[in-house]
Design a protein around this ligand. Sequence first.
Ligand code: COA
Length: 336
Amino acid sequence: MYNSKITGLGYYLPENVVTNDDLKEFMDTSDEWIQERTGIKERRWIDPKTSDDSTSSMGAKAAKVAIERAGLTKDDIDFIIFATLSPDMYFPGGGVRVQDMLDMPTIGALDVRNQCSGFIYALSVADQFIKTGMYKNILVIGSENHSGGLEKSTRGRGVTVIFGDGAGAAVLSRCEEEGKGILSSHLHSEGKYARELMLDGPATGRWVDAIMEENNPDDTSYYPYMNGQFVFKHAVVRFSEAIVEGLQANGLQKEDIDMLIPHQANLRIAQFIQRKFQLSDDNVYNNIMKYGNTTAASVIIALTEAWELGKIKDNDLVVLAAFGSGFTWGSVVIRW
Ligand SMILES: CC(C)(COP(=O)(O)OP(=O)(O)OC[C@H]1O[C@@H](n2cnc3c(N)ncnc32)[C@H](O)[C@@H]1OP(=O)(O)O)[C@@H](O)C(=O)NCCC(=O)NCCS
């Protein structure tokens, strides 16, 4: 059996910076409220007037960088896994769009619909394909265009201020060095909480026709809904469990963690986890202050930035962990 390891990393963010003060144009909010509750100072939102960025085009741009940094070309990639909750189209997904945009051979493309833990799930799937020997190099992408679907008004402020756009990508490659690369991944779900963080329509349970027919201005079913405090309480518990599970499976302790990359849901959640595991500031990487919560892109953008800043070195123990809508959560433990 082979191991898999990350050989290339890249990210792409839309140029348009939206500060907390900018949000006051559409809603009753304040920089103070947002920073105090979430740690977010600004986020990137695609500006459709000046940019033709989309979920898949941002994913393709991030992927290009990752492939180049892996020392590969698009023709070396055997498979694409694309994680998003905001595909350009209801169907098909983003993976096939990237295959076309990067003019890749007719390789397989799989979309993963696991929201904030989407990249963790995608990486785990890629790892299994490499372990079995089926593929050698897999492109794993997380990308989101949230801004196009957020309710930009006071009614939507509890959700809208948190989310940002962006994309990240990794190339996962076959590795024959023992004890290196992905050591384990653990995935979980608890679907009874599906409605605590969701977007109800359009979907087969809530088609656009039904929404339009009702023509009800109070209908918010086509905007994301989040029961913030409920999500927060579950997130802190599940994040911790996923990290402990990953460490235990490899006979490791919290002191062995060189770098924890938590999904960037809320700086308060990340700080709680940091305290719980007694990690120093050098051992946790956060960038939610600059980008908000970019859902399936958040872990991979943060991992790429941390690596670019020289915060991840050869042989480091890197732990990725995420929690989100579904609920779904999980962790990946990597020996870099
Ligand atoms: C969303 C979150 C920041 C909200 O913080 P909170 O302390 O729970 O705030 P509440 O929702 O209870 O709202 C408190 C008050 O602030 C108001 N408020 C909500 N959003 C606001 C905003 N952007 N600006 C100003 N006021 C706002 C509410 O209307 C409410 O007012 P009220 O008391 O007069 O009714 C927080 O619950 C959270 O981060 N949850 C986890 C979210 C998460 O991780 N999501 C992603 C998972 S992947």
